[in-house]
Design a protein around this ligand. Structure first.
Ligand SMILES: [Zn+2]
Length: 165
């Protein structure tokens, strides 16, 4: 018969139990095993991450919901390819930059910068260009800006309803 030593009390025993005592796995006698958690009982402990994942999913779900609501609040923004759109439309009319500048009462340098995508036209210029060239320079974009998320999270549904009005 092989005798084993209880790592807890040092007694020679015929069998040891693997238990965890204060986070340390030990081979102990049945007496000492009472002080520890049997390894077999540790199995549920290994499933620990499960509730955490569940919690995270819950958090994600909670976050997703207000965002879904907020995505309906589109804001208008200038189109990405505004420069190309302006240039193409202007060239179609046969106007030079100078002609267009005179027509909308803006400086040529400003228009050339806008057409080179070096400058975003302001609201006033956008309106004039849209009217003059018959183009669309603004588009509705869903408001999904990470930086604004903290603000949004604090918004209640009531706030959103107010905003909508
Ligand atoms: Zn012992």
């Amino acid at each position: 018969m092989i005798l084993m030593i209880c790592e807890m009390c040092g007694k020679d025993v015929t069998f040891v139990k693997k238990v965890t005592i204060e986070g340390v796995m030990l081979d102990v006698c049945s007496e000492c095993a009472k002080f520890g958690i049997e390894s077999k009982k540790e199995v549920p402990k290994e499933q620990g991450p499960k509730p955490i994942i569940a919690q995270r999913l819950e958090v994600r779900e909670k976050r997703a919901r207000p965002r879904d609501v907020l995505e309906k609040f589109d804001s208008e923004d200038i189109v990405e390819d505004y420069a190309q759109r302006i240039r193409a439309a202007r060239e179609k009319t046969g106007m030079s930059l100078k002609d267009l500048a005179m027509k909308i009462n803006e400086r040529v340098t400003i228009l050339s910068k806008i057409e080179a995508a070096q400058m975003r036209p302001d609201e006033k210029i956008i309106a004039k260009l849209q009217r003059e060239l018959g183009i669309v320079l603004k588009e509705k974009v869903p408001e999904v800006v990470a930086a604004k998320e903290s603000t949004r999270a604090s918004l209640t549904l009531a706030d959103l309803i107010k905003m909508q009005k």
